[in-house]
Design a binder for this molecule. Structure first.
Ligand SMILES: Cc1cc2nc3c(=O)[nH]c(=O)nc-3n(C[C@H](O)[C@H](O)[C@H](O)COP(=O)(O)OP(=O)(O)OC[C@H]3O[C@@H](n4cnc5c(N)ncnc54)[C@H](O)[C@@H]3O)c2cc1C
Ligand SMILES: Cc1cc2nc3c(=O)[nH]c(=O)nc-3n(C[C@H](O)[C@H](O)[C@H](O)COP(=O)(O)O)c2cc1C
Ligand code: SF4
Length: 646
């Protein structure tokens, strides 16, 4: 039992019941600038799951000059009852809630409000296109007033404290930054002057909420941008911060380097520890650690070693709302560990407009999908055969067992995992396999019969033995249209098929298979040319996953041919067509490796029906319906188990 993790700790006047924090992040559930019941249900799920402190709603905007429909408008008094709804929901479980106050400054677009963005100086962010307006003195006064008013709303909304965002985006950090703040007035030109706005904001807030109400800051400890500030500079900022601050929440990089702030699986667990560990030595107030913490036993060590006072987790608690209480009960094997794919949390915000997790259908859908513990196991005890031990079959089996069904899972390969066993062949993607490891750990704790090395055919199953059969047979890679002796499929190569020294990789897949096989071959000392018709490699992947791939490909001198495709491969040369200029060039190569789209292995369902299974008892889930991504496979599996129980 990680003891220190479960000890209370003060933040100013507030006692947080344990050392875990759900870090700030936008949810995408706000409507007309106001948090909704979806927000309350989302936060309550984490409070029920045992987290000590929630920083949310995040990015509550303090002034209409920063406008984004994803964020709550903290300056609007209408926000107060909505905050009370969230406070009540979380306080029921003993969890404290702080709001994060934000002005996005020049690091967002003015598109939503059709107006200019505001920033300390007319310096554009690397993140966007628009040139911000240099703020006048009266604009600065308005911003201070906005922070103060919003803080008052937070207190009126019964929340427990405030976090000011001077993190990877926002106006407060931009004022601190020598890159973004080029002013020569009392708000710029020296560190003292650049810190002035933050401290004046704190004073304005204190005037409204008093000295007792906790107020802390989320601070980027190294901007990691050319011309931006580094850790030594951050130390000087920290030394000058207002003495009434109650805590420091660590952050790293800026929004233009989101692959560092919200690092994908290329970065190791705890990759930011040297930053918060060093900051903790400087200050007397509590420090919150942040950055790929997903193992609470290791997190406890971090606390005991004095690297931080609180363990902040964002994605881990998006993935598994119950992480804290599972560990507290000694059920570590039940935890769904975040794999840092960023697909449905960050990616969800961009593609679906709300946060979610590839591994957890309920995450972000709390108002629609009840906690599995709250499901009435009405029609339980059905005898179910699951065909296929990929993510879809595993997900079904875990939830179906939870809901009281008798489940047998048959997998034709010797190990479970399906396509994830191929995806993990490249070193930088090994953690992708943890999605399957999480499910298999959970399966072991349940009464499910698992038979690997067992292919299911219509001849090997007796319809009378099963009430339901779940077909989760997945997909295979399509054969390339280009023929030739040395043309290979990416999956075969990732599984060890030999290729020549000089390889052209044609990426028709556009997600991770193409870049993965290129990285795999480059790391194995092949001379690689990567060809894609897209604007950049991996263009269907979530955005933060792309820069680490590019870094590795460049490091290995991979020749990147974008806007291009391969139209022929013969006589030791690939004919590469630029799809815009229509010019063809020849790239000498020994082998062509093609990463293709996939096709469903869809035949078994129909064959079982012909063999005597009732059509209504045959269910198809995951890629065998249509090849998509792992989140759909897991979603299909869990939702079918719930449907069979309803
Ligand atoms: C290289 C690569 C990279 C990928 N990267 C990503 C990524 O970054 N993000 C993402 O979301 N997705 C990714 N995917 C896709 C993801 O892995 C799949 O969408 C997911 O695995 C589909 O799950 P599934 O259970 O439906 O099918 P599968 O994973 O295909 O599993 C089906 C299982 O059924 C078994 N089976 C088939 N027929 C039978 C039978 N008759 N009897 C018994 N067993 C049978 C198969 O052996 C297999 O184990 C990647 C896939 C590959 C190959
Ligand atoms: C979907 C998403 C949205 C985020 N939004 C915010 C935000 O509004 N404010 C903030 O300070 N950090 C935000 N972050 C950063 C997280 O708080 C955290 O610092 C980062 O994810 C690293 O921690 P983790 O590895 O525990 O996820 C966001 C992260 C994610 C995944
Ligand atoms: S989508 Fe991926 S990165 Fe995001 S919480 Fe889930 S597992 Fe973690």
């Amino acid at each position: 039992m990680p003891d220190m993790l479960f000890t209370p700790r003060q933040i100013g006047s507030v006692t947080v019941p344990n050392r875990t924090v759900f870090l700030a992040h936008e949810t995408g559930f706000a409507e007309d600038g106001l948090p909704t019941e979806r927000d309350a249900a989302y936060y309550e799920a984490r409070a029920r799951g045992g987290v000590g402190l929630i920083v949310g709603p995040s990015s509550m905007l303090v002034h209409p000059s920063a406008s984004n429909p994803m964020y709550a408008s903290g300056y609007d008094p209408e926000v107060v009852p909505r905050l009370r709804m969230i406070a009540e929901a979380c306080h029921r479980h003993g969890t404290k809630v702080f709001a994060q106050l934000q002005h996005t400054g020049g690091e967002d677009t003015g598109e939503h409000a059709m107006r200019e963005t505001w920033a300390p100086s007319a310096v554009p962010s690397e993140y966007g296109y628009e040139m911000p307006k240099r703020m006048e003195r009266e604009d600065i006064e308005e911003i201070k007033l906005g922070f103060a008013k919003t803080a008052e709303h937070v207190k009126q909304g019964d929340l427990d404290g405030i976090e000011l965002k001077a993190g990877h985006d926002g106006i407060l950090r931009q004022f601190l930054s020598p890159k973004y703040n080029r002013r020569e007035d009392r708000y710029g030109g020296s560190i003292d002057n650049r810190v002035r706005l933050v401290n004046e904001v704190i004073e304005a807030i204190r005037d409204r909420v008093g000295e007792e109400f906790p107020v802390g800051i989320r601070l980027t400890l190294d901007e990691m941008e050319e011309g931006g500030y580094d850790y030594d500079y951050a130390v000087e900022v920290i030394r000058r911060l207002h003495p009434s601050l109650d805590f420091i929440d660590s952050d790293i990089a800026t929004i233009s380097k989101l692959h560092i702030t919200d690092a994908p699986m290329h970065a190791p667990l705890g990759y930011t520890s040297e930053y918060y560990g060093a900051a903790r030595e400087l200050v007397d107030v509590p420090v919150i650690a942040a950055g790929r913490i997903n193992d609470l036993t290791k997190a406890n060590d971090l606390l005991e070693e004095g690297q931080a006072d609180f363990v902040g987790m964002c994605r881990q608690l998006i993935a598994d709302a119950d992480t804290v209480r599972k560990v507290r009960r000694g059920e570590e094997e039940e935890v769904t560990h975040c794999i840092a794919c960023n697909q449905n949390c960050l990616g969800g915000i961009h593609t679906k407009g709300h946060v979610g997790c590839i591994q957890t259908p309920r995450s972000g859908r709390e108002t629609k999908i009840p906690h599995v513990e709250d499901v009435d196991p009405g029609d339980a005890g059905r005898r179910v055969l699951v065909v296929g031990g990929g993510p879809a079959g595993l997900s079904f089996a875990v939830t179906a067992a939870d809901l009281g069904h008798e489940v047998t899972l048959r997998e034709r390969e010797d190990r479970l995992g399906g396509q994830s066993n191929i995806a993990t062949q490249v070193d930088s993607r090994t953690e992708f396999g943890d999605a399957v490891r999480n499910l298999t750990n959970q399966l072991k704790a349940r009464d499910v019969t698992v038979e690997t090395g067992t292919e299911v055919t219509p001849e090997t199953v007796d319809p009378a033995a099963w009430d339901e059969v779940v077909v989760a047979t997945g997909a295979r890679e399509r054969s390339p249209d280009l023929g030739g002796p040395d043309v290979h499929r990416s999956w075969d190569v990732l599984q060890g098929e030999a290729v020549g020294d000089r390889v052209v990789v044609l990426d028709n897949n556009k997600h991770s298979a193409g870049v993965s096989v290129a990285e795999y071959l480059a790391e194995d000392d092949h001379d690689v040319t990567f060809v894609t018709a897209s604007f950049h490699p991996g263009d269907q992947m979530e955005g933060t996953n792309v820069p680490p791939f590019l870094e590795t490909l460049y490091e290995h001198d991979v020749d990147l041919e974008t806007h291009s495709t391969v139209v022929g491969f013969e006589d030791g040369g690939a004919q590469v067509l630029n799809v815009y200029s229509e010019e063809v060039s020849i790239h000498e190569a020994d082998s062509l490796v093609v990463a293709e789209r996939r096709e469903a292995r869809s035949g078994l369902g129909g064959a079982l029906a012909e063999a005597g299974f009732e059509e209504e008892s045959i269910h198809r889930i995951g890629d065998c319906v249509a090849p998509r991504l792992i989140d759909k496979a897991i979603y299909d599996g869990e939702m079918l188990a719930r449907e069979l129980t309803a």
